[in-house]
Design a protein around this ligand. Structure first.
Ligand SMILES: *[C@@H]1O[C@H](CO)[C@@H](O)[C@H](O)[C@H]1NC(C)=O
Ligand SMILES: *[C@@H]1O[C@H](CO)[C@@H](O)[C@H](O)[C@H]1NC(C)=O
Ligand SMILES: *[C@@H]1O[C@H](CO)[C@@H](O)[C@H](O)[C@H]1NC(C)=O
Length: 299
């Protein structure tokens, strides 16, 4: 018995060693040394503090609701948790730049207050929480795993706003924070707010569905059914995943709601000096949503 265990242990050790040999570990980049993704460089190699300032020049404006909250350092600290899993480090430098611009495109569009101002694309990161929410809303007490905490409210907060008690639970598990008891962390700590948003980007929203990261960097290969539903790898599919069937962004033609998200992405790419993809993959105007639920989740 002992010998069998020892032999099994040896075999596992040998397999481990073989795997370690084929996977080249890297020691470049303080964020994620040891990860094969970092062989291609890290986010701080190409996305600098001045880029963040150029993306969000009005975020400290006197009329910005979260003035002084969002920082480059918070984004980089949060991104560092996900770079070893391929965020901003999959493919070459250009894919990395595009992924960061795409992710931040969603963030900018969702936190902007620039709709009625000149240069509306300059107003990303204006908010870190929903203004004047209905205080009794966003609590679904039907599942005891997600039971709302007395006196705690689950209105929209963060870089890609999180709504509803159950979404706070799911995302909190993903980033090791008790967001059911402390949803306010997403409006009090910018690093945690960015972590929550990047976790959402890196993680499938539903079962049997790719993540936004996967559809964007090309890890996902569309099936015949996807192609028939006009779902192609690219930025359009990331909107399909991030907004699902609750937001009515995709499959409705070229609406203002969809166009404004694409405009933020393209604006950030321009600031980084990279061209956007063209054709069907950029938008989701004709895309059917990934496995729609019958009842809209409203999240
Ligand atoms: C905005 O405020 C943050 C936090 O106080 C600061 O780090 C940053 O330099 C400011 N940026 C601008 C453009 O005012
Ligand atoms: C690194 O970049 C190269 C060239 O773009 C690519 O072929 C390779 O798959 C990338 N490695 C990882 C781990 O993403
Ligand atoms: C914000 O959260 C990060 C990550 O959990 C933590 O390291 C940092 O100390 C927090 N900052 C503040 C001001 O609490």
């Amino acid at each position: 018995m002992k010998w069998a265990q020892a032999a099994a242990f040896l075999l596992v050790a040998l397999l481990g060693a073989a795997e370690a040999r084929t996977e080249k570990a890297c020691d470049t980049g303080w964020e994620c040394s040891g990860s094969r993704f970092c062989c291609n460089g890290t986010i701080t190699d190409y996305f600098k503090a001045h880029h963040f300032e150029e993306f969000f020049p009005r975020r400290n404006d006197s009329i910005a609701h979260a003035a002084g909250f969002w920082t480059y350092q918070a984004f980089i600290a949060a991104a560092a948790q996900f770079e070893p899993r391929g965020f901003g480090t999959t493919g070459g430098k250009e894919t990395g730049i595009k992924e960061v611009a795409a992710f931040i495109g969603h963030v900018g569009a969702r936190t902007s207050c620039g709709k009625f101002y000149p240069n509306p694309l300059a107003w990303g990161l204006c908010y870190n929480r929903e203004m004047s929410p209905d205080q009794s809303y966003y609590c679904d007490d039907s599942n005891e795993l997600y039971r709302c905490v007395e006196g705690v409210r689950y209105y929209g907060r963060g870089a890609i706003p999180v709504y509803w008690n159950y979404n706070y639970v799911i995302i909190g598990k993903g980033i090791n924070q008790d967001l059911l008891s402390h949803p306010e962390l997403l409006e009090q700590n910018a690093t945690i707010a960015f972590e929550a948003a990047i976790w959402r980007w890196m993680t499938p929203v539903k079962r049997r569905q790719p993540s936004a990261h996967d559809v964007f960097v090309g890890n996902w290969k569309p099936t015949k059914r996807d192609t028939v539903s006009k779902r192609y790898p690219g930025f359009g599919a990331t909107m399909n995943i991030m907004y699902g069937d609750g937001y009515h962004i995709c499959g409705r033609g070229f609406t203002d709601e969809m166009n404004v998200i694409i405009s933020h992405y393209i604006c950030y790419l321009d600031l980084m000096g990279v061209n956007h993809e063209s054709g069907h993959s950029l938008d989701c105007a004709d895309q059917a949503v990934f496995n729609p639920s019958t009842k809209s989740s409203g999240s």
